[in-house]
Design a binder for this molecule. Sequence first.
Ligand code: GLN
Length: 299
Amino acid sequence: MVIPLDQRPRSGPYSGLNARSAKRFLTQAFTEGGLPFAEEDALELVLDATGLDRTTLMLRGTEFLAPEVFDKIKDGMARRLAGEPVDYILGWREFYGRRFVISKDVLSPRADTETLIRETLKALKHVPAPRLLDLGTGSGAIGLTLLAELPEATLVATDLSEPALNIARQNAKALNVQDRVIFAQGAWWNALDPTETFDAIVSNPPYIDAAAMTQLEPEVANYDPALALHGGEDGLRDYRAILTQAAAYLRPRGWLGLEIGFDQGESVSTLVRTAEFSNIQVHRDLGGNDRVISARKST
Ligand code: GLN
């Protein structure tokens, strides 16, 4: 018989739990709750609550849990069983090997978006001290990762949402790149000084169309902000807005990198082609889906 967590004392031998057994306990509860990644979810929650890493969990995972750790695990378990994704419970998600703070105000950065990082880094290989623009930065995952990877780069990062910018500011400090970034609030180009130009513009705009918005997984629909997901009736609204002035804000041969939905390679390429760009390329993510469009300013 498994004793429920609320019927156990919070500390000492009587709680009957250490980090390893807590992980087993959560795995079982999540499996019974029908969660597809029960063991991984359990591991992440236990590591975060105990402050252990995977190796120390193996070595030291038999020590009794402190009461506040027990409480944190209990709370995480209840929230996960209620459908909250692990990253929103933890308040952070790893992206390109670094930890980004997230909240309900930002899209949780996806592994697929690392495709945009890889392509941007290739494109900027020979550009000294590149000046970058990240439109709709959210948590800052894209722009701040580029700053961390490119020690000479500087960045303007915009967002419509002031709470999102506050999260991005926290992440800039945590990555120690705050001196190389300016944050600007506003809708797309409205946030910018019209005399600025950039070597590269990157964005992961909202791109889900109205029909697909009604079919989202509850974990996405209930936690990632709709502002970061919904790209209007046909999902292309924000690409059109970005492409009205992308070329004007780029330096000669400047580079544009946009994340796209798996089925938007053709439609977004067409929009990019009509906006003074050439060298248009579609790049796939690690799952083999079209994920990024890149292009060079024509003149
Ligand atoms: N890739 C995200 C998802 O499908 C969508 C991100 C976006 O709209 N920019 O959950």
